[in-house]
Design a protein around this ligand. Sequence first.
Ligand code: ADP
Ligand code: MG
Ligand code: ZN
Length: 211
Amino acid sequence: MEPFRLMKMGMIEMICGPMFSGKTEELIRRLRRAKIARQRVIVFKPSLDNRYDEIQIVSHSAQRIPSIPVEDPAMMEHCLKQLAFPVEVIGIDEAQFFDNSLIPLVETWANSGIRVVVAGLDQDYLGQPFGPIPHLLAIADMVTKQYAVCVLCGAPATKSQRVLANHQKTQSGEKVLVGAHDAYEARCRGCHVCGVDKAVTVSRENDTTAV
Ligand code: ADP
Ligand code: MG
Ligand code: ZN
């Protein structure tokens, strides 16, 4: 039998699920605990995701933690090389927006003893596997699949429904589309429509406390 190795062991932790399932909240919770344990933590997010803040990751429930926006995974590696001390924990949010070059990097970091916590959508709005997430799920040491609440029936939601948002009521009370903005709703498999559907929830583009 292999002797128990006391060396520091890295790992890949995945947090996946649809939009509104609490992936960012869970990522923040884990990273805060690592900081309480005085571990050196660094957090990355794709620079295109600046919905709420340029340099923080922010959950739909307005929890936030500082992060470094990067254009691509190579920029993460570049940032890590600039640091005076090696990090112990790397957090990545919205990882579905990065390309597959993220996969060997995450694996190399974990193999070198770093705890890598990755949050991202497992499926796009059509229900198809999203970017590097499926591959990362396969090679991860720990996988957490989160559920949102279906806005139609209240069941656990595993899908992100793309909807036409920005509806406004006419005088007769009928809802009409006033903008071309896309928005998303959490839906269960039974309520999910492949493609774009009418919104059930009112558009809350600027509302970070949507509950
Ligand atoms: P994710 O990163 O997975 O999109 P967040 O962590 O940003 O999710 O937000 C999760 C929070 O979103 C929940 O705690 C809740 O306050 C809010 N929320 C809004 N709509 C829903 C929904 N349909 N189901 C579950 N939570 C929702
Ligand atoms: Mg999120
Ligand atoms: Zn449903």
